[in-house]
Write a protein that binds this ligand. Structure first.
Ligand SMILES: [Zn+2]
Length: 327
């Protein structure tokens, strides 16, 4: 999630939808609340959902890297949601966590989450032991896909294209996520399709992630620093040729991902999410325009209405946390 303006509030806040004071919500509530958590490289965001899947309260803290930091942060947001909702910590129904890395849902373990400094962590057991709650894990992009489909009320086949530090996709079919046999569903960022053959941390060359991602922007436009998404468009407008090239590559790569997703799973909707979506209308219109340009060359592509399937995850949507709770 590079390119994301850091979300400032260190203190938990009540979620924006329904706006009644948290205390009053605990009265007359019939079913226990579910917690969903999105543990990312910079922040950990958690929500409490009621039985209808509405967000009752939200808590955000900065993520501390390392196994102990991640577990400690998860415990803190559970305690904060308990305080916000007037619920005893053990009174929640469940905790669902979306986290980057390879997820073993059976063991409740996350592996190879390098941007969190985690090699292997039995996160479900550790958080369950300290909170007394049942805990389940999901890949963060899968969780975001579930949450986006729910929050945006999308039916049918929903694909989610995460343009963050990395590049990956998730899929939900009629409300059910595709997790795959080995948990690598949607890792399209590691399709080695770019003729420039730049090396990728995965060991291959020319991966799509080296073209269309926050890490690709950093490589193409080093002047943008660690969070190039924040200043990219201003630099493009100021005539910075490297920034313009990086932006064009991003748009082309993202459009190629939409085409790839459309031709492989034919979703009804492709939701653009991830920190780089905050580049806004110019990114999305760029993607649609590129798809239209390809369609003008190909009656086959034109018949697929690719640009019309693209939607954007709204700003500040807690999709991954909500999806983790629902999963
Ligand atoms: Zn790769």
């Amino acid at each position: 999630m590079s390119g994301v303006p850091l979300l400032r509030p260190e203190r938990p806040r009540i979620g924006s939808e329904p706006a009644a004071p948290a205390g009053s919500r605990s009265r007359g509530r019939t079913a226990p609340l579910r917690i969903g958590m999105d543990i990312g490289g910079t922040k950990t965001e958690a929500v409490a959902l009621d039985a209808d899947g509405a967000v009752i309260a939200t808590a955000r803290i900065r993520t501390s890297p390392g196994a102990d930091g991640v577990v400690d942060g998860a415990e803190r947001v559970v305690a904060e949601l308990a305080a916000l909702t007037g619920t005893e910590a053990r009174g929640f129904a469940s905790v669902g966590i979306g986290i980057p890395g390879l997820i073993d849902r059976e063991r409740g373990e996350v592996r190879s989450a390098y941007n969190l400094g985690i090699e292997r962590l039995p996160l479900a057991d550790r958080l369950s032991a300290s909170t007394g709650l049942p805990v389940s894990l999901d890949n963060d992009v899968t969780a975001a896909t579930i949450g986006a489909a729910h929050l945006m009320r999308l039916d049918g086949i929903v694909a989610y294209l995460n343009l963050g530090t990395g590049l990956a996709a998730g899929f939900v079919v009629d409300g059910a996520p595709l997790r795959g046999g080995r948990g690598v569903t949607g890792e399209i960022g590691h399709l080695p399709l770019d003729p420039l053959q730049r090396p990728c941390p995965c060991g291959q060359r020319g991966c799509l992630e080296t073209v269309a991602s926050g890490s690709a922007l950093r490589a193409y436009w080093p002047a943008g620093g660690d969070h190039p998404g924040r200043s990219l468009l201003a630099a493009v407008d100021a005539g910075d040729a490297a920034a313009a090239h990086a932006f064009d590559r991003l748009v082309d790569g993202a459009a190629a991902c939409v085409r790839l997703i459309a031709l492989s799973v034919d979703p009804h909707t492709v939701v653009i999410g991830g920190g780089l979506r905050l580049l806004g209308t110019r990114l999305i219109e760029g993607i649609r325009g590129t798809l239209d340009g390809w369609s003008a060359q190909s009656p086959f592509l034109a018949s697929l209405d690719l640009a019309a399937r693209v939607q954007v995850l709204p700003d500040d949507s807690p999709a991954a946390a909500v999806g983790a709770a629902l999963a």
